[in-house]
Design a protein around this ligand. Structure first.
Ligand SMILES: Cc1ncc(COP(=O)(O)O)c(C=O)c1O
Length: 164
């Protein structure tokens, strides 16, 4: 674990200088807005290896996605359970950087392999069609003029839909 705020009663997000990152980390995972303790990151963490290469950033954005503009290029993988900000429970939106698509463990069932899913347009098997439909209505509603509530300006649109 790179950092924990448990000692302080989970009342503060670790500051960038408190992150203890291992040199050989495969990824850095964080939860942008954690709703149990009520902690939201006010910055996007970064991890760089000694050779200067960037460690892929993996983020649980279940309770922050679509709440404001998002630069997806900073992330290796973004995942978001739809039940918080998108719509129906049972659906997870995953945005994967292309070079990470084929990094699944060899013993991973193919249904969970992002490469196969991406190649099949997320339809390796029958998808949750009604959940997709409902999520689509939310995306259309957001694109159709919903104003951001977090102070980012009223005319900015989410980038998530293009990525999807
Ligand atoms: C960021 C984040 N991820 C995942 C979860 C888990 O969601 P659920 O309890 O709906 O399965 C929560 C719930 O609070 C959350 O805030």
């Amino acid at each position: 674990m790179a950092a924990s705020s448990e000692a302080g009663g989970n009342t503060a997000v670790p500051r960038p200088e408190q992150l203890e990152l291992s040199d050989d980390a495969a990824y850095l995972h964080y939860t942008a807005n954690e709703t149990i303790g009520g902690l939201a990151f006010d910055y996007t963490p970064r991890a760089v290896r000694p050779d200067g290469s960037e460690v892929p950033l993996v983020c649980d954005m279940s309770s922050s996605i679509l709440a404001g503009p998002l630069d997806v290029s900073q992330f290796g993988i973004i995942y978001a359970g739809a039940q918080k900000n998108i719509g129906p429970a049972g659906l997870v939106v995953v945005i994967v950087r292309e070079d990470l698509l084929d990094r699944a463990r060899p013993d991973m069932p193919s249904l969970f392999g992002y490469k196969a899913l991406a190649e099949a347009g997320s339809m390796v098997n029958t998808p949750a069609t009604y959940s997709w439909y409902l999520a689509g209505l939310v995306f259309e509603w957001l694109e159709g003029g919903c104003r951001w509530t977090l102070g980012h300006g009223g005319d900015q649109r989410p980038q998530g839909r293009q990525a999807l």
